[in-house]
Design a protein around this ligand. Structure first.
Ligand SMILES: [Zn+2]
Length: 112
């Protein structure tokens, strides 16, 4: 495969609004792989780091699913993308990207 073909293929793959979501999911997965391979041996507390990174990877996957389903917040205009995150207390919620973000519980009920 020529360099030109590889470049063209890459352009097609990431010529989508999902690119940032896909990239962040891959970055978490890559970090998890690195931590898994080297962390236990090298770093005290590595299992905690791995658990946290795995959670972030899972949330990134949910966010990707939301994006691919074109789930959007319509509680303000224009509609905004929705991501899966953990809030300050560690609770998993959905949150939109409006300037004043709206949020929901995991079963989809609006939070104040
Ligand atoms: Zn919103």
């Amino acid at each position: 495969m020529s360099d030109e073909m590889m470049t063209a293929g890459g352009d097609r793959l990431f010529d989508t609004g999902l690119a940032p979501t896909i990239r962040s999911g891959m970055e978490f997965a890559q970090r998890l792989a690195t931590v898994s391979r080297e962390g236990v041996r090298m770093m005290p507390g590595a299992s905690e780091v791995m658990a946290r990174t795995a959670l972030r990877a899972a949330l990134a996957s949910v966010t990707a699913a939301l994006a691919s389903a074109t789930a959007q917040c319509r509680r303000a205009s224009p509609p905004a993308d929705i991501e899966a995150i953990t809030d300050g207390s560690g609770r998993m919620i959905y949150r939109c990207s409006h300037p004043s973000p709206h949020s929901w519980t995991l079963d989809g009920n609006p939070l104040p």
